[in-house]
Design a binder for this molecule. Sequence first.
Ligand SMILES: Nc1ncnc2c1ncn2[C@@H]1O[C@H](COP(=O)(O)OP(=O)(O)O)[C@@H](O)[C@H]1O
Ligand SMILES: [Mg+2]
Length: 254
Amino acid sequence: MIQILLETDALTVRFGGHVAVDAVTCKFRAGELTAIVGPNGAGKTTYFNLISGQIAASAGTVALNGHNITRLGVAERCRLGLGRAFQLTNLFPNLSVLENIRLVIQSRKHNGLGLFSMADNHTGLIAEASSILERVRLDTQKEQMVSELSHGDQRKLEVAMLIGLDPLVYMFDEPTAGMSVDEAPVILDLIAEIKADTSRTVLLVEHKLDVIRTLADRIIVLHNGALAADGPPAEVMASAVVQEAYMGKELDHV
Ligand SMILES: Nc1ncnc2c1ncn2[C@@H]1O[C@H](COP(=O)(O)OP(=O)(O)O)[C@@H](O)[C@H]1O
Ligand SMILES: [Mg+2]
């Protein structure tokens, strides 16, 4: 039995009269990368906000690793293993890149059930943070303050923070948006590495068709807030709903 790490059941949010996410029922399994596609305004980011707790659901539930987290706040969901790519607002802008990573690793270790090990001393934490920064190719910028980083490097740092947090569920919302063609592959390779860990699940909101083809094990389509398709990439790409609604629009700029 493949473990279900995340599940939404009839998850719904209304803004005034507008139903932005409409009774979405979906399971996300360990070892799987699910691409979430749909036109602008389809509700993809709002679905992420509901899962991570940035906004409260009007109806329905979210379960993380079998626990109902619908009424929990962002920080508590994060502690339980829900990892949404950090925004700059979650970082300390006047601390170095390395210090930001060290702090997230330290907070994870103190929250966890793990025993206090050799790796929990300051030197160990710095070594772990440094190795993550090498993986995201930020090691040469590790002493820089976060506020001084370029846009592309800030996005890399967001992914590095997520790796430092080591959640059960990784959530990426257009992770390479605004990145140059030589920066994007670094991020995509990291997502591929994360996906290779069969005890985690990855949710990826993405428009770029080549990225979806390379990484996705499964695609779900949101349309007007509702789940319009769910299945293997080849099947969903070929489906009438995707062909008609998206191929001529959002996905064709690839
Ligand atoms: N906080 C909010 N208040 C009111 N309407 C919102 C709010 N957040 C999102 N929406 C609306 O919900 C719909 C879905 O938006 P969004 O989730 O950002 O779409 P996507 O990420 O798929 O482009 C849009 O019509 C958007 O205007
Ligand atoms: Mg969005």
